[in-house]
Design a protein around this ligand. Structure first.
Ligand code: UDP
Length: 236
């Protein structure tokens, strides 16, 4: 399938139309952003790594009967996907405390949470993606049905179980990650966006070395080397 007009350009990907109105091509960019795009950078080849990592993880989820927008990887940078209407909620799943959770609630960095935490953030750059609850989702008109909110949470937990077990076998701790869901043309809620070291925190099980976008956020260097290591372990 060929790329037609660009439909949308986000921070990490460009979306192109195809000759099928229900199918798009996601092109993974080398750009890196953090802190609501206040910090910007570029890492040559990062897009190719994230495309391959995301594709492998979507294929893993498909093997576990989890519905996603992924159809197939076209080349190193481009992924064929079902077109969805993105639900403006960032669903964050946390196994270990770090990042904004430790800052907001004073939970100590690196502590294992007594149970997996699922949070919703309102996807709105102008507002800085605030934390929201079920009531806010309904008041904002994002999702009205409690059952749909419960479905999002259940899907996020199920995805966490699959990914956590997989990364564990690869010597990686899945600390936390962000998911985005969308409605497909049949109205089903399916997983969309990407699953990559841009949207996950992954720590080496032995050393706790960070192998994700925190290397960029915290100026730790070797961003690409870390992403390459994640891909190498996923494919091993
Ligand atoms: N995350 C993301 N995009 C965002 C915000 C968070 O992909 O806009 C991911 C982030 O990489 C981490 C998880 O969601 O894996 C939780 O992030 P947190 O809320 O701790 O925010 P941060 O500390 O990154 O600002």
């Amino acid at each position: 399938m060929e790329k037609q007009e660009m439909l949308y350009e986000g921070k990490g990907k460009k979306l192109f139309a195809t000759d099928d109105e229900h199918i798009v091509i996601a092109e993974f960019k080398d750009d890196l952003t953090a802190f609501n795009a206040e910090k910007k950078g570029k890492e040559s080849g990062k897009g190719e790594l994230n495309c391959q990592i995301s594709s492998a993880l979507f294929e893993l989820l498909a093997q576990h009967n989890i519905a996603t927008h992924y159809i197939k990887r076209l080349n190193m940078r481009d992924m064929l996907c079902k077109k969805v209407t993105i639900i403006p909620i960032e669903v964050v799943v946390r196994n270990i405390a770090t990042g904004s959770l430790t800052k907001r609630l004073g939970i100590s960095e690196g502590s294992i949470l007594p149970h997996t935490l699922v949070e919703f953030y309102y996807k709105d750059d102008a507002l800085g993606d605030p934390l929201i609850n079920d009531e806010h989702c309904k008041i904002l008109g994002i999702i009205q049905e409690q059952s749909q909110l419960e479905l999002l949470k259940a899907q996020a937990r199920q995805i966490n179980e699959v990914l956590k077990a997989f990364f564990d076998k690869k010597g990686l701790r899945l600390v936390d990650f962000k998911l985005e869901f969308g409605h497909d043309n049949a109205g089903n809620i399916i997983l969309a966006d990407e699953i990559s070291p841009d949207s996950c925190r992954l720590w080496d099980k032995q050393t706790n070395q960070k192998l994700d976008k925190d290397r960029f956020r915290e100026n730790l260097g070797s961003v690409k080397v870390a992403y390459e290591e994640v891909l190498r372990r996923i494919l091993a």
